[in-house]
Design a binder for this molecule. Structure first.
Ligand SMILES: NC(=O)c1ccc[n+]([C@@H]2O[C@H](COP(=O)([O-])OP(=O)(O)OC[C@H]3O[C@@H](n4cnc5c(N)ncnc54)[C@H](OP(=O)(O)O)[C@@H]3O)[C@@H](O)[C@H]2O)c1
Length: 263
């Protein structure tokens, strides 16, 4: 049976041959990568599994909090680094209220950028609370009207019109798309080859260094997970139904067994 799920937090039960970085009982978190399998009481992770990363959990976090961090935070970090985020820049984040977006806002603010976040009305207050300087409701007209110009546009969901976004970019601006559709991909490649604005797609994978950087940011207080709801493992179908509505704020956590605070 195929078990889904990519993120986890828990205690090391046993180690593979030659593993010296961890000991049984260590509190760890991470991703299982393309092998999935994280919706479970026992998870096999790390080693040579593609996209699987494991690290010690941030101190003083519960398993539920820690499990909401790895994938969204590492991907947001990876995309913003590819976009060249830096102090003094203006960044527009489209689809800012989900997992990637809520981490991207905090990472961009930490880097010293000015953040404009786009999502639906019910999430705007939360986006301001985690640091967005300006928020825009995408259901009320064209978010591009009056939004100004940007060094980076990070389109988390890949639904924005290519031409409209490119017009929002400053010279040498970066259009970072997490989930490009085919037309965006082709137009982006062409625009990147022929102009000074660059489109950046998802390529590569998360690595240990990304999770180490995320852990450090969580421990210094620069990054925190936004958790909307928690479901027991038995209610996985309901959790997925809720995620499919796109109404979730930040992350949903699946709690396996008893919810523990710190240990
Ligand atoms: N998080 C993960 O673990 C994970 C894993 C694998 C792949 N992904 C993919 O990565 C992408 C990002 O994931 P996520 O968890 O951050 O996303 P998410 O929770 O689906 O968030 C996307 C956000 O975009 C908003 N939105 C929808 N249409 C919009 C529009 N036209 N303009 C602006 N905002 C709009 C949604 O809100 P409203 O619907 O209320 O407008 C929602 O808040 C998704 O495509 C997802 O499928 C995520």
């Amino acid at each position: 049976m195929r078990i889904l799920g990519q993120e986890f937090a828990g205690k090391v039960e046993t180690l593979g041959d030659g593993v010296t970085a961890f000991a049984p009982g260590d509190r760890v978190y991470g991703t299982t990568g393309i092998g999935l399998g994280a919706y479970a009481e026992y998870v096999c992770a790390g080693g040579r599994r593609a996209g699987s990363v494991v690290a010690p959990m941030p101190a003083a976090m519960s398993y539920a909090e820690a499990a909401a961090v790895p994938y969204g935070a590492m991907e947001a970090l990876r995309f913003l680094r590819k976009g060249g985020i830096a102090a003094g820049q203006r960044i527009l984040i489209i689809g800012a209220g989900g997992s990637f977006g809520t981490y991207a806002i905090q990472l961009a603010k930490h880097a010293g950028a000015e953040v404009v976040a786009v999502d639906s009305a019910g999430k705007l207050e939360m986006l301001r609370a985690i640091g967005a300087d300006q928020v825009i409701d995408h259901t009320k007209g064209d978010f591009a009207d009056g939004a100004g110009d940007f060094d980076i546009v990070f389109d988390v969901i890949g639904r924005a019109s290519f031409g409209r976004v490119v017009r929002l970019l400053r010279p040498r601006g970066r259009y970072v798309v997490a989930n490009p559709h085919t037309a965006q991909f082709i137009r982006g490649l062409w625009a990147s080859l022929t102009g000074d604005k660059k489109m950046i797609f998802s390529s590569g994978t998360v690595r240990d260094e990304h999770l180490r950087a995320v852990t450090e940011l969580v421990e210094t207080g620069a990054l925190r997970p936004v958790i909307d709801r928690r479901y027991p493992l038995e209610q996985m179908a309901e959790a997925h139904r809720y995620a499919d509505t796109e109404q979730k704020r930040g992350n949903i956590v699946i709690v396996v067994g008893r919810e523990e605070s710190v240990d």
